[in-house]
Design a protein. Structure first.
Length: 203
C-alpha cells in the first residue's frame, strides 16, 4: 500500500487531516513516525510559500508523497495580522501560548466596534511528490471576533476560541460545533477536497 506522509507533529492536526482522508486507501504516516534530526525553516512571506517549502522538503527527504499545510488568523481591522506570524505574533523569538494569543487579540481590538471585527482562518495545503511536482489548495472560514472569547479551549488552536460564526451562532471550535458542523465548515477539509483527485491517482 502506498504511504502518504502528513508533515506535522501536531496530534490535533494529524487527527483532523487523517479523518478527512479516510476514504483514500493509503497508509498514512506522520513526522512522529520518523527520526527527525532537521526541520524546515519557514522563511516564506505567505502561507502558500511555507506550505510548499515543507511539502517539498519532506517529500524529497523521505521519498514519499507528502501533504504539508500552513495557515493562520487574519484580522481585517489589523490589516491581515497576524497572518504568517500567527504563532509568533507577540514574542517573535518563541511560540506564543494559546492564552497569550487570545488575550493579545482582544487587547489589540479594544475599541473596535463589532461590525469592524471581521476575521478569517485560512489554510493552504501543499501536496508534493518526491520528484518535486507540487500542487496547492487554499480555503478560509470567515467570522467575527466578539468582545469576549469563548470559554472553550482546544490546545494548539487558540484562534478557534476567537472566531465566531454568526450564521450558526457558535464559535469555530471543535468541541462547540456538532460533527455535522465540523464537517460543513472546516476550512482544511475544503482545501483538501481540491487535492484529493490528485492524491487518489497514486492509489
Amino acid at each position: 500500500m502506498t504511504k502518504l506522509l502528513i508533515a506535522t507533529t501536531n496530534p490535533g492536526k494529524l487527527a483532523e487531516l487523517s479523518r478527512f482522508l479516510d476514504d483514500i486507501p493509503m497508509s498514512l504516516v506522520s513526522l512522529k513516525d520518523f527520526d527527525i534530526t532537521d526541520s524546515v525553516e519557514e522563511t516564506g512571506s505567505t502561507f502558500e510559500e511555507n506550505a510548499i517549502l515543507k511539502a517539498k522538503f519532506y517529500a524529497k527527504k523521505f521519498g514519499l508523497p507528502t501533504l504539508a499545510d500552513d495557515g493562520g488568523f487574519e484580522i481585517d481591522a489589523l490589516g491581515g495580522e497576524p497572518g504568517v506570524k500567527s504563532h509568533r505574533w507577540i514574542h517573535g523569538d518563541r511560540e506564543d501560548t494559546d492564552e497569550e494569543l487570545i488575550a493579545y487579540t482582544i487587547e489589540r481590538l479594544k475599541g473596535v466596534p463589532l461590525p469592524d471585527r471581521g476575521a478569517q482562518l485560512r489554510a493552504v495545503i501543499a501536496f508534493s511528490l518526491p520528484n518535486g511536482e507540487t500542487k496547492t489548495a487554499t480555503a478560509a472560514i470567515r467570522g467575527v471576533i466578539p468582545l469576549q472569547p469563548s470559554s472553550t479551549r482546544t490546545h494548539g488552536f487558540p484562534f478557534r476560541s476567537l472566531l465566531y460564526l454568526p450564521q450558526i451562532s457558535k464559535f469555530y471550535n471543535f468541541d462547540v460545533l456538532s460533527n455535522e458542523e465540523n464537517e460543513a465548515y472546516n476550512h482544511r477539509k475544503k482545501a483538501l477536497e481540491e487535492l484529493k483527485p490528485l492524491i487518489k491517482r497514486l492509489c
